[in-house]
Ligand binder design. Structure first.
Ligand code: HDD
Length: 723
């Protein structure tokens, strides 16, 4: 039985728990049209908004028609500029709950034992426009707004723990390179083009992140089953004002799951809203997505104990060196009421912090601290964007900032400055003991320089660590992704330079990619590979050497081997039950019951829509026809029959063949087997004898085990020539 979803709260029950403080706050702005009379924006009751005011029924429209003008004018101004990056997104409300151990590291109120804080989380793709596909190969944004009692705290992260560049001043170059090319605006939501790889091939600090972006991390099965990271090293400040370095992680309760590239390409066409639909549907069904917040803590005195710089955003801290401690959990349990008002207008900023969290000198972070407010001024049009309901703090706001477009707050009184003795010098500054934010007292003694630290120079070792840590199927997917992406690059010089870069990560990686491009790996000896230094910089001193640490591995970097992916479960997985008229009704009922009992979702797919006529029982409602869905929408397929009839349907044969090639679990009753026999061609010729395929009338239990396992990669590894 699905738990009750909390979406679209009614006035009476909106905001009944402490975590719903934000929902109660939003209630002031909710508008419920049901049962009401239509009005203009001035509150005038409207008698007819379907016909304009004319001089005669067939005559010209009159300028006097203020209702026409209001309706059209508002419409004309409905759009705002989309985000320059992360334009396409989806969001949900929920809460964060701190565990008992969080407060030892931070004095932040929301990290004190048992405190529940309302949150709003937005996931996004980076490169595509607002109307692009969810399934693009791309980094996913993972931004969480915490409405804490001490003000807003924004976690503005990604599903990948490192970044492409080390210094924010390069961000416009990176984004110009990845966005569609400026002369023809091609391609949409894709990095597979000349300009992106031209930039990357001359920018070796990207090499680590590029491997993550070419891995299956960049094509998540859904947004509920991916990790989140805040990338930079931050500071946590405890109750004694002691500072420690920290890396933040979100670990999904249901593990980490991705699709294969061929699936992603098809989903992009068949359902470009695949991820947002999945998130919405699961929250509506009461399958509330959940993540745990983890921290890697480094004491200040250990700052220089690593062979990389903690301030370099292209580096992780391997979990083998500093384990992740779980300190809280986040649950998403309510869909927004209105996409524009909430998901589009929400404005995140890594500079929105609360006492207990502070910045480091990571040059990527420092630049971000400028960019996010600046961009909201263009996007939302006013310095008062913090007053938009979704951005509004639940902690009260009192200061001397005034006016500006669309000001909502009505500041009472004469003084809007400090010091002011006319108003008792209020609002007064808060002492640290009263929660006033005091920046960490970091001692800095330095020359003013425009330069990159030499401690940022090793660009290949962690890329190699990532590569070494992948299971063979993950390596194959990275190679295929690079062959695809570089194959779309027209300039051979760029392909050659990329192969040189990859050869410094791992020669095996470069040569396997090169094979698919029909090239030899060129020697990188003596070739300038780093074009990212100032004109007078000492290039030799910044020349990154080939990767070191040849054999080191870290399981947390692999999806297949990750300690956060060990849970074998069928929860929320989608199964297509394929059937044609005449199938056995009792079998379908028993299978559906068994799947649902373990939390999986069963959908009946048949050659036509409407009702399925079954043997022995009442007709069953069909969820999808073969024309309105596809195997790529599902995690597994079960053919209940009649196989002979289904074998006549090309779409049914393709459905099973494709599910097999995508390495998914397949089940078939004896009556359904004929469809599998028909689907045994091409890459699926072993379908009747392969792992993860269960045939016979008692196969439900085995199928459930296979569904929990997920994918049967041996099929891909053994099909066709070695990649
Ligand atoms: Fe950024 C949006 C994450 C580097 C400038 N960024 C944005 C969003 C996410 C991130 C998740 C979408 C927030 C939302 O849902 O509204 N950005 C990151 C991460 C980075 C990063 C994890 C590296 C660690 N970003 C970065 C740099 C700059 C920006 C270096 C500029 C110097 N990012 C922006 C922006 C955006 C943005 C232009 C676009 C829309 C917005 O801010 O609100 O200011």
């Amino acid at each position: 039985m699905a738990k009750a979803s909390k979406s679209t709260p009614k006035p009476a029950d909106a905001g009944s728990t402490a975590a719903d403080a934000k929902s109660r706050d939003l209630e002031q702005n909710r508008e419920y049209g049901a049962g009401e009379l239509l009005t203009s924006n001035q509150g005038l009751r409207i008698n007819d908004d379907q016909n304009s005011l004319k001089a005669g029924e067939r005559g010209p429209t009159l300028l006097e028609d203020f209702l026409l003008r209001e309706k059209i004018t508002h419409f004309d101004h409905e759009r705002i500029p989309e985000r320059v990056v992360h334009a396409r997104g989806v969001a949900a409300h929920g809460y964060f709950e701190a565990y008992d151990n969080a407060s030892q590291y931070s004095k932040a109120h929301f990290l004190q034992p048992g405190v529940r804080t309302p949150i709003f989380t937005r996931f996004s793709t980076v490169a595509g426009f607002r109307g692009s596909t969810d399934m693009a190969r791309d980094v996913r944004g993972f931004a969480v707004k915490f409405y804490t009692q001490e003000g807003i705290y924004d976690f503005v992260g990604n599903n990948i723990p490192v970044f492409f560049i080390q210094d924010a001043i390069k961000f416009p170059d990176l984004i110009h390179a990845v966005k569609p090319e400026p002369h023809n605006e091609i391609p949409q939501a894709a990095s597979a083009h000349n300009t992106f790889w031209d930039f990357i091939s001359a920018n070796p600090e990207s090499m680590h992140m590029v491997l993550w972006a070419m891995s299956d991390r960049a094509i998540p099965r859904n947004l509920r089953m991916m990790e989140g990271f805040n990338v930079h090293t931050w500071r946590l400040i405890d109750a004694q004002n002691k500072s420690r370095f920290v890396k933040f992680h979100w670990k999904p309760k249901l593990g980490i799951k991705s699709v294969v590239w061929d699936e992603a390409l098809q989903i992009s066409g068949k359902d470009p809203d695949f991820h947002r639909r999945d998130l919405w549907d699961n929250i509506e069904a009461g399958n509330f997505p959940e993540w745990e917040l983890g921290v890697q803590i480094v004491e200040e005195e250990d700052e220089f104990n690593f062979d990389f710089d903690l301030l370099d955003a292209t580096k992780i801290i391997p979990e083998e060196l500093v384990p992740v401690t779980i300190i809280g959990r986040m649950v998403l349990d309510r869909n927004p009421d209105n996409y524009f008002a909430e998901t589009e207008q929400v404005a995140f900023h890594p500079g929105h912090v609360v006492p207990g969290i502070d910045f480091t000198n990571d040059p990527l972070l420092q630049g971000r601290l400028f960019s996010y407010t600046d961009t909201q001024l263009t996007r939302l049009g006013s310095p008062n964007f913090h007053e938009i309901p979704i951005n509004r703090s639940v902690a009260p706001i009192h200061n001397n900032q005034r006016d500006g477009h669309m000001r909502q707050q009505i500041n009472v009184g004469k003084s809007s400055y400090a010091p002011n003795l006319l108003n008792n010098n209020e609002p007064r500054q808060a002492k640290q003991s009263e929660g006033g934010f005091v920046s960490h007292h970091e001692r800095i003694e330095a020359h003013k320089v425009r330069a990159r630290s030499k401690s940022f120079v090793d660009h290949y070792s962690q890329a190699r660590l990532f590569w070494n840590s992948q299971a063979e199927i993950e390596k194959v997917h990275i190679i295929k992704a690079l062959r695809f992406e570089l194959g779309k690059v027209e300039a051979e010089s760029v392909r050659q330079r990329m192969l040189m870069q990859l050869s410094l990560v791992a020669s095996e990686l470069a040569s396997r990619v090169a094979k698919g491009l029909g090239l030899d790996v060129p020697s990188a000896d003596g070739v300038q590979l780093n074009y990212t230094l100032g004109a007078d910089a000492d290039v030799a001193a910044h020349q990154s050497k080939p990767a070191t640490g040849n054999e080191a591995k870290s399981d947390a970097l692999s999806i297949e081997n990750s300690p956060y992916n060990k849970k074998k479960s069928v929860e929320t997985k989608q199964v297509a039950i394929l059937a044609a008229d005449g199938a056995d009704g009792a079998t379908i009922a028993a299978l559906t019951k068994a799947l649902e009992a373990q939390g999986a979702v069963a959908k009946l797919v048949a050659p036509h829509l409407g009702q399925l006529k079954v043997k022995g029982g009442e007709a069953l409602p069909i969820d999808f026809s073969l024309q309105t869905t596809a195997s790529v929408m599902f995690d597994g397929v079960y053919v209940v029959g009649d196989g002979q009839t289904l074998a006549q349907q090309h779409d049914a044969v393709h459905f099973v063949n494709e599910a097999f090639r995508h390495c998914k679990p397949i089940g078939a009753t004896a009556a359904g087997q004929a469809l599998l026999s028909e689907a045994a061609y091409g890459g699926a010729k072993d379908i009747l004898s392969s792992d993860g395929v269960t045939i016979g009338d008692n196969g439900t239990e085995q199928f459930l085990t296979d569904l929990a396992t997920g994918r049967f990669w041996n099929r891909e590894l053994s099909a066709g020539p070695k990649v």
